[in-house]
Design a protein around this ligand. Structure first.
Ligand code: MN
Length: 234
């Protein structure tokens, strides 16, 4: 097969911006559910202590920081979730937690935007979360700070403001499942590759956004992410 066999033009492959220059071709987007105690409690659940649990977003759900993106269709309760994001710079399978941190290329701030009404309806019915979570352009990820320059963040304030007002605030030290544990657990399920992304879960304070809202997220020592919610659209 060659490109000339393609019956439709291949879409451009999504990439992640690196702070200081360069881009990373995105692999997969893995997301962790319920990884801060206070957020699990506000959702009426508890953190699963046996293993982290996962859902995914399609690579084409990726969006860069600083954009105005439409309020998505099919929801009346679109929510913000600020999260620490890890991007892998090397892959592996069956990785031990002690070796896992070395796989992290770098870290950024991200927004796991969520159709909360659809997610909660799916949860109540025991159905998959895809329509609530795998929303077009719902994985908004700011510039990635390489660990070679900034190290591996273990603590630091994580905050999200909507129109200048603090809505979510915690410390990434409060992550129940830490980054090395997440990478190790995920590598027991998948063959991880460079460019794979882990969105590590959100702290308490999630809530709805409306057209015109300006979202600004920041993680101390890591980076920032921003998003403006545009009018309804696809
Ligand atoms: Mn999330």
């Amino acid at each position: 097969m060659s490109d000339s066999d393609l019956l439709f033009p291949a879409p451009g492959w999504p990439t992640l911006a690196v702070a200081g220059g360069g881009r990373i071709p995105l692999g997969r987007i893995f997301c962790v559910g319920r990884n801060y105690e206070a957020h699990a409690a506000e959702m009426g659940t508890a953190v699963d202590r046996e293993a982290p649990f996962w859902f995914t977003k399609s690579p084409h759900a990726l969006a860069g920081s600083g954009l105005t993106l439409p309020y998505p269709p099919g929801t009346r309760n679109y929510h913000h979730e600020i999260e620490l994001v890890v991007v892998l710079g090397a892959g592996g399978t069956g990785v031990a937690a002690a070796d896992a941190e070395a796989l992290a290329f770098g870290y950024g701030a991200g927004l796991d935007m969520t159709r909360r009404d659809l997610q909660q309806d799916a949860r109540a019915k025991g159905r998959p979360w895809d329509t609530g979570k795998d929303v077009e352009r719902s994985a908004v990820i700011g510039p990635i700070a390489p660990s070679s320059r900034s190290g591996h963040p273990r603590r630091g304030r994580i905050v999200l403001r909507v129109n200048g007002e603090v809505r979510q605030q915690a410390d990434i030290a409060d992550l129940v499942w830490k980054v090395p544990e997440l990478i190790a657990a995920l590598s027991g399920l998948y063959t991880l590759r460079a460019g794979d992304v882990i969105m590590t879960g959100t702290p308490a304070g999630v809530g709805p956004v409306r057209p015109g809202d300006r979202l600004e997220g920041e993680i101390e020592g890591v980076g920032s992410v921003s998003l403006v919610i545009g009018p309804p659209g696809g």
